[in-house]
Design a binder for this molecule. Structure first.
Ligand SMILES: *Cc1c(COP(=O)(O)O)cnc(C)c1O
Length: 387
């Protein structure tokens, strides 16, 4: 924990106890699932604080404050998916506004921005944000936001969060830095403490951690934006359901131990892959010779459980996907089970091939989301699949 944090307990402890450690009414240690769409009013102009679950629900509120606490933000909003959270954030902008976005990022975000929001007059530049010079050259008088993923998906490039914050905030007082913090989670990285205005998450991934529920989060500390964001959430209706909020609350309690094990396993696997004759190169910020290893150490507390690699021969990709036994060939990441993904056909299919190739996503690229199994079993499985 950094000395700047005002909290008095460690991150691991906050993760377990959250902001609401037990139910005040009953003492229940697990936050109850308030499976109610609506709430009775005591009288006209009176409310318990809860009216209708699209706006606020007690189980969702408990999760929202837990995620805000971990991200060191004042406000947290929970959505029915990561895309729901990103879609809410983007509605703070108006036609004519320009956004600079990491070129190498989750394909669904690319599709949402390019296929839908561009139609409503928002303008996007896709930039390698790991190079601050490229971001500076992409700034226009209309630039209102830099939206980054770091480490990026799937090339594991690291963007300097402090540097991006300085760049965008000195550009315009009403411009924001948003960081998709899905890969490292608040356990390893706190964008708001590094100068970002927003941290967004697909809680479907590490926060939930069990591949059983979709969710998304938006965390910030700007009192002047909270009402607008709540209104967007309430108006659009992509609010997280009480049961799914409970699943994420439950999953999140083990975030610290899962992340520690997943990064430990990821480093072992990344090292092993690097020595394999059928593997061309491996992307993992935990390698000392990763181009932004030092930057990673300066802004994060861990390297995470995601590893990408190029095979030498593209024909090995299909063979490998068919041959893995323990490792599951599936889209997604962050759960306790190790998954292997083929970005060119799955997570990044929505991106046009020219832009995709430029960012490094080709038919030789494989992506692993390393789980909490024994590393030796995972390596043995990869070994037999790379026959
Ligand atoms: C999965 C993912 C998303 C989208 O989240 P959903 O919960 O699937 O809607 C956004 N960003 C990143 C980095 C992701 O991995």
């Amino acid at each position: 924990m950094s000395e700047h944090d005002s909290h008095t307990v460690h991150r691991e402890t906050d993760i377990v106890h959250g902001s609401i450690p037990y139910d005040a009414a009953t003492g229940a240690v697990s936050v109850p699932i308030y499976q109610s769409a609506t709430f009775r009013h005591p009288a006209l102009h009176e409310t318990t604080g809860f009216d209708y679950s699209r706006g606020l629900n007690p189980t969702r509120s408990a999760l929202e404050s837990a995620v805000a606490l971990l991200e060191r933000g004042r406000y947290g909003l929970a959505f029915s998916s990561g895309m729901g959270a990103i879609s809410a954030l983007i509605k703070l902008f108006s036609p004519g506004d320009h956004l600079i976005v990491s070129a190498d990022l989750y394909g669904g975000t690319w599709r949402l921005f390019n296929d839908y929001y561009a139609k409503y007059g928002l303008r996007f530049s896709w930039v390698d944000t790991s190079d601050p010079g490229s971001v500076r050259s992409a700034l226009t008088p209309e630039t209102r936001c830099v939206f980054i993923e770091t480490p990026s998906n799937p090339m594991m490039k690291v963007t300097d969060i402090r540097r991006m914050s300085d760049l965008i905030h000195s550009h315009r007082p009403d411009a924001y830095l948003a960081v998709d913090n899905t890969f490292l989670t608040p356990y390893f990285q706190n964008p708001l403490s590094l100068g970002a205005d927003f941290a967004v998450h697909s809680g479907t991934k590490y926060l939930g951690g069990h591949n059983d529920a979709l969710s998304g989060f938006l965390v910030h500390s700007d009192g002047s934006l909270e009402d607008s964001l709540r209104n967007i959430q309430m108006s659009e209706g992509a609010s997280l359901s009480p049961f799914d909020a409970w699943l994420v609350l439950r999953g999140m309690k083990t975030l610290a131990v899962r992340m520690d094990r997943q990064s430990e396993n990821a480093l072992k696997i990344a090292r092993w892959l690097r020595g394999h004759p059928k593997v061309d190169s491996v992307f993992y910020p935990g390698f000392e010779d990763h181009p932004q290893h030092g930057l990673s150490l300066s802004q994060s507390r861990g390297f995470g459980g995601m590893v990408s690699f190029y095979l030498k021969d593209p024909h090995d990709a299909e063979k490998m996907l068919k041959s893995v036994k323990l490792i599951l060939f599936a889209e997604s990441l962050g759960g306790v089970e190790t998954l292997i993904t083929y970005p060119v056909e799955q997570t990044h299919k929505a991106i046009p091939s020219e832009l995709r190739e430029r960012s490094g996503v080709n038919e030789r690229l494989m992506r692993l989301s390393v789980g909490i199994e024994h590393a030796d079993d995972l390596i043995a499985d990869l070994d037999q699949a790379l026959f």
